[in-house]
Write a protein that binds this ligand. Sequence first.
Ligand code: 13P
Length: 247
Amino acid sequence: MAANPRPLVAGNWKMNGLAASVGELAKIIKGASGIAADLMVCPPATFIASFVHAARGSTVTIGGQDCHAEPSGAHTGDVAAEMLKDAGAVSVIVGHSERRTDHHETDAQVHAKAMAARRAGLTAIVCVGEQRAEREAGKTLDIVGRQLDGSLPDGAGELVIAYEPVWAIGTGLTPTAADVGQVHAFIRKCLGERYGVAGGSLRILYGGSVKPSNAKELLTIVNVNGALVGGASLKAEDFLGIAGVYR
Ligand code: 13P
C-alpha cells in the first residue's frame, strides 16, 4: 500500500473569467499558505500566461483545460500541450465530460491528448465518470473501467485522475460517500493493474458539486486525494473553503 499522496485541489474555471477575475486569483494565492495541499487554477487559455506570471513565487500552479493531440499545425482555434507548457502551465485537464459531450471526444482522442501532455512535460488530469442513466442501470464501474482503459496514457509517469459523475456536475447533487469510495477504490485497483506499484501513489480527485459545505465529507473518503472544482472555484473564498479541509 503506497503512502497517501499530497492532495491536490484544482479549480476548473471552464468558460468563465474576464479581466476582473485576476483579483480572485490574487486572493487564492494569498489564502494558500498553511494549506497542506497543492492548489491549482485552470483558467481559460486567454489567462494562462498572465496567471502564471501572477502566481510566480507562490504555491499555486496553473493548468489548461484541454489540449490538441498534435504539437502544432493547421488546427484553427486549438491549443497544443506544448503551447500551454510554453506559457508556464504545469498541467492540463483532458477528457472532461463537457468536452466528451460538446465536442464528441472519444476515449481514443482523450488518450492521444494525455500522451500529448506527457510529450510536452505537462501532467494530464484525465477525467472519467458515468451519466445518470448509467449509474441507475448499475453500470458505473463498467463505464469508468472502459474510460480508464481507453483514455489513460501508456506507461507509468506523472498523472492525475478525476472521477466526475456527469450527473453531479453543476447540479448540486453528489453521490453518497460510500458510492464515491467504491468508485475511487475501483480506480485505484485499475491504476495498479495498469501501472503496477506506481499506480498506488497517483492522485485520484473527486469532482462534481464540491462546495465548502460538503468538502470535508468528500475529501476524507479513502482514495480521494483532492478535488476538481468547477463553479465553487470561481470565488476565492469558496475555493479556499474547500481546500481548507487540508489545513
Ligand atoms: P462543478 O463543481 O461546478 O459541479 O463542476 C465540476 C467540474 O466539472 C470540474 O471539472
